[in-house]
Structure formats: structure tokens, C-alpha cells
Design a protein around this ligand. Structure first.
Ligand code: SF4
Length: 446
């Protein structure tokens, strides 16, 4: 039956040419060589040669080919990257895209097991019926497939249905609306065994290249490490969290650039806080900011949204910033001492603050702010490297590795202690005067 159906496919011109050419040599192939049909006019055999419109899906793709496909989350490429790609040479573009994607830009919500599972379940749903999945991987912000459509199922239809279903389900799970995937998918017709092998290897090793696993089979969101479900009736496998990776050493973190640093924090397992986080909360704002505000740790809302200081304390911080004519994101950066949420919103333990210190230190080194404001005792102790009360530290220009440092109360504390709000206002006025003094000093020395 196997070679009969292959002959039919060949007659219908639905077998990839490279398969027809290698059919006789392939150890697993039929003993009767498949006879390649007479070449069709160029207008009719486009599906074998691959009709590609600048690497993006044309409306129709015929069956019979094997495709390397990439689709990515809507926020996976920053506008600056898209602008840069627009200017770059077409032949280097796909490599640049992969580098950006592997740096883990955006929210990376495919890292969440429940979202990855939605995608994996959808992929498995019609495997064997509508397509053959030769290999696949669900990365934090994109998906790669080596896929062979079957029968009358066109690749564009398969991807359309897969992306729209998973977008709806993922948005529902995340309680949000809007674009989940980028509209375009990138696809390429695989033209021979060597290219097929390269694509499969590329897909399998993507998690290793992105530092998400030490070996392909340790990454469970990909075909190499996927663990099939134990339920005999299940059509899908059970998604298991990726195995822990060895933590980066502080001197390795100290060499990272912004995208690498974000990615390293997002996948960090250096302290126990990683086990319960929804995501690491890296920081928000202008990466070349003059002002850096440092809090202690993400809370429940921050853990869900991936941004520091949201909720009531965040609103108060925004009001505090506005009172000195500052705005979140404009020459202001906000970060925390630890990037992952401590359970029960407790303060981070000293060991957790120490484990996370290389990330904040590197953020400050890359940013080089003119002034740092520590919000609360945890941030003050961490940045000063010594214990002291907030009361004893207020009203002074202290020092963090050569950068002026001012201490005030944490907004969450101020929500509970209205009497200290007036003191916090004094601290902010003091910070603004200090900043103005620093700016004058700098322009006088130019
Ligand atoms: S809190 Fe910091 S050190 Fe701990 S796991 Fe998160 S990023 Fe890593």
C-alpha cells in the first residue's frame, strides 16, 4: 500500500522532487522505485518548486512538499529590530530574525506551561490526518515546524486554523484580547535530504542554542523531549516543565547585553524563587534612563503582568514620579532587587537578594543612571551593602559604585502609613534638587 500511494502521489505530482530522486536509495523506501513524472510546465509545478513571496506564505500552498515554518508572537520583535531588518540585506535577514527571537524579546508567554500546552495540543490534534509533523519546537516567543501537509490540506489553511485557534485559547487563558501571533508566518519549501536534515537539526537544537536546555531531549516543549501523556485516550502529551539549567555565574552575567540579560533572568534558576514564578519581572522603562528607581520584589500582580510596580503601589509610585515631573518610561527605569516573586509577597531573603544581585548590578552598569532612588529598606540595604534603618539613611546623598543614591520609603509601605507620605515627599524634593545639582555640575564641566 505504501508504494502504491506514493505512486499515486507521484502521478498527481504531489511527491517532492527530492523524494522521487532519492526514493531508490532510501533504506526505508519502497523496493519499487517511484518513477518521477514528466516535468510539468513551470506554471503547473509551482508547488513542487515552492512559490514564495519574499519568504511569506502565498495564499495557497499545494500539498506534497515538506516545509520549514516559523511563526512568532505578536510582540516577539521590537519595532527597532523590524526597522533594522528592513534595512538589512535580504540574505542575512532570516538569521537576524532568529537571533532576535532567541534573545527572548517580548512577554514570551509560550514559556508558560498552560500556553505552551495549548499550542502543543493544537499541533497534535490533526497530526497524521492533515499533516505529518517531522519535527517541532515551541520556544518562548516562537514556534518552528518541519511539516508535510497531507491530502487536500494546504499549508496556509493548516497554519491559519492553528494560529487562530491557539490565539483565541491563549488569550482566553491569559484573560486578554488583541493580536497573539504576528500575522505573517515564514515558510520555506525543503528541497532535498540534506536541507531536511539541516532543518530538523536546527529545530531540535534551538532550545540548546537559546540556553533553555543543555540537550534537545531535556526540552519538553519540542518533539525531541516531549513526554507523551499517560492517558491512553489522550491525543496529546503531557507538558513537563523544562529541566533546570545550571545558573550563569556572576562574571558571565556581567558580560551580557540587554537582550541577553533579560533572557538570562527569564530563564534563571539561581534561587528557589524561580519555582513559583509566572515569569521573571525584569524591569521597565528607558534603558538609557537618568533616573533609576529600585524596589524590592514583584508582587502577585507584577508576577502576572511581568512589569514592576503595577496595582495600588504602582499607581502611588506613578503619582510620586509625576510630583517631580517624571513619568514611567521617560528617562526613568524601574527595577527590583529580585526578579521573581517571593511567595505570599514576603520580603526577599538575603540569600535571594544575593543570588539576584548580578542582574541588578548589570542593569545599572548598562544603564549608567545619573541618580538611583532606593524604595524601601530591602533596596537600600542591597545597594548600600550594609544594614541600616530608612530613618537613618534619608536626606543624604549616598553612593552605589560611584552613582549617587537616595533612600526613601517603599510605596506599598506608604499606602499603609499615611504619616510617612509627607517624609517621602521631602525625599523626592531632595532627590530632584540633587539631580538638578548633578546636571548643572555636569554641564559646567563640559
Ligand atoms: S529571583 Fe533572581 S536569582 Fe532568583 S531565580 Fe529569579 S532571577 Fe534568578
Amino acid at each position: 500500500m505504501k508504494h502504491l500511494s506514493q505512486e499515486w502521489l507521484a502521478e498527481l505530482n504531489l511527491v517532492p522532487l527530492w523524494r522521487q530522486r532519492t526514493a531508490g536509495k532510501d533504506a526505508g523506501a519502497t523496493t519499487a522505485p517511484v518513477v518521477a513524472p514528466a516535468p510539468l510546465p513551470a506554471t503547473q509545478n509551482n508547488h513542487l518548486q515552492g512559490v514564495h513571496n519574499r519568504g511569506y506564505l502565498p495564499h495557497l500552498k499545494a500539498e506534497g512538499g515538506i516545509y520549514f515554518v516559523t511563526f512568532r508572537l505578536a510582540d516577539s520583535l521590537p519595532q527597532s529590530a523590524l526597522d533594522e531588518l528592513e534595512r538589512s540585506a535580504p540574505e542575512t535577514r532570516s538569521k537576524q530574525i532568529e537571533t532576535y527571537l532567541d534573545a527572548g524579546h517580548g512577554e514570551c508567554c509560550l514559556r508558560k506551561p498552560e500556553i505552551a500546552q495549548i499550542v502543543i495540543q493544537a499541533l497534535k490534534q490533526f497530526e497524521g490526518e492533515r499533516y505529518v509533523l517531522h519535527d517541532w519546537v515551541v520556544m518562548p516567543n516562537h514556534v518552528h515546524l518541519v511539516i508535510e501537509p497531507r491530502g487536500a490540506h494546504a499549508l496556509s489553511d493548516i497554519l491559519h486554523s492553528l494560529k487562530s485557534y491557539t490565539a483565541t485559547e491563549a488569550n482566553r487563558s491569559l484573560s486578554r484580547h488583541g493580536a497573539f501571533w504576528q500575522h505573517e508566518s515564514y515558510d520555506r519549501l525543503i528541497r532535498g535530504q540534506a536541507e531536511f536534515d539541516r532543518c530538523v537539526q536546527y529545530v531540535r537544537e534551538n532550545p540548546v542554542r537559546a540556553n533553555l536546555a543543555v540537550a534537545p531531549d531535556q526540552y519538553t516543549y519540542g518533539s525531541a523531549g516531549f513526554v507523551a501523556g499517560k492517558d491512553a485516550g489522550a491525543t496529546t502529551g503531557e507538558v513537563v516543565a523544562p529541566a533546570s539549567l545550571p545558573a550563569l555565574a556572576p562574571d558571565e552575567i556581567a558580560q551580557l547585553d540587554w537582550p541577553q540579560l533579560k533572557h538570562a533572568a527569564a530563564t534563571c534558576t539561581a534561587c528557589a524563587l524561580h519555582a513559583q514564578r509566572t515569569q521573571a519581572v525584569f524591569g521597565v522603562g528607558d534603558e538609557q534612563a537618568d533616573w533609576l528607581f529600585v524596589g524590592e520584589a514583584p508582587g502577585a500582580e507584577e508576577d502576572l503582568q511581568g512589569e514592576p510596580f503595577v496595582g495600588q503601589a504602582g499607581k502611588l509610585l506613578d503619582n510620586m514620579l509625576a510630583s517631580i515631573e517624571l513619568k514611567r518610561g521617560e528617562k526613568v527605569y524601574i527595577a527590583n532587587v529580585v526578579k521573581c516573586r517571593p511567595p505570599g509577597n514576603r520580603n526577599p531573603e538575603p540569600a535571594e537578594a544575593r543570588a539576584c544581585a548580578p542582574y541588578l548590578d548589570r542593569q545599572i552598569e548598562l544603564m549608567r543612571p545619573k541618580l538611583i532612588v532606593a524604595l524601601g529598606k530591602v533596596a537600600a540595604v542591597r545597594l548600600l551593602g550594609r544594614d541600616a534603618s530608612i530613618a537613618s539613611l534619608r536626606g543624604q546623598v549616598l553612593d552605589y559604585r560611584g552613582t549617587p543614591l537616595i533612600i526613601t520609603y517603599h510605596p506599598a509601605y506608604l499606602l499603609r502609613s499615611l504619616t510617612d507620605k509627607a517624609r517621602a515627599w521631602e525625599d523626592l524634593c531632595f532627590a530632584r534638587e540633587t539631580f538638578q545639582g548633578l546636571t548643572k555640575q555636569a554641564s559646567a564641566t563640559i
